[in-house]
Design a binder for this molecule. Structure first.
Ligand code: AMP
Length: 177
């Protein structure tokens, strides 16, 4: 499967200044979601990248990671495994606290969501400081699964999130410097 041209996706992403707090330039992907052509390009990009890697599961991060990742997992024919903010998952969880670009939070994963040794990619919309993805990596590893790569639609490279991920590869087709 060829990799789609994502230039029109990049052009559609809307910058919203000072959301959710002063100083943050929010990357709004809703104009991408509202266009089936653009949304399809994003899904196809990740399907093309992960099809050859023979994943067992795609871990998708609350909340925009769910939107982008669920159709990717379905198309790959692998488990969609949600990582959510603490208190949202109903069954027994493993949890980790982490720093955000704006604030502090905790993420949770169902303790039976991944089998030991499972090959997993983690997907979210934006890599900012990397705190969220780092926390998701730690959760996945706690269950003994193997993180092949962290994937994002957008990387805010000036925030240095990639370094936070250490030895875990990060993939992002749209990089902002
Ligand atoms: P971080 O943990 O700093 O890498 O932040 C990543 C998480 O926060 C992702 O789930 C993003 O959806 C969200 N996020 C952080 N900064 C932004 C931004 N500038 N625009 C859109 N989403 C962001």
């Amino acid at each position: 499967m060829p990799f789609p041209d994502l230039d029109p996706v990049r052009a559609a992403i809307r910058d919203v200044p000072d959301f959710p707090q002063p100083g943050v330039m929010f990357k709004d992907i809703t104009p991408v979601l509202s266009s089936p052509d653009l949304f399809r390009r994003v899904v196809d990009h990740f399907v093309a990248r992960y099809r050859p890697l023979r994943l067992d599961a795609l871990v998708i991060i609350d909340a925009r990671g769910f939107i982008l990742g669920a159709p990717v997992a379905l198309e790959l024919g692998v488990s969609a495994v949600p990582v959510r903010k603490r208190g949202k998952l109903p069954y027994r969880t493993v949890e980790v606290e982490y720093d955000l670009e704006y604030g502090r939070s905790a993420l949770a994963l169902h303790e039976d969501a991944l089998r030991p040794g499972a090959r997993v990619a983690i997907l979210d919309d934006v890599l900012a400081t990397g705190g969220t993805a780092r926390a998701a990596v730690d959760l996945v590893r706690r269950l003994g699964a193997d993180v092949v790569e962290c994937a994002f639609l957008i990387e805010l490279a000036f925030l240095g999130g990639r370094a936070r991920l250490g030895d875990v590869p990060a993939h992002a087709p749209l990089v902002y410097t």
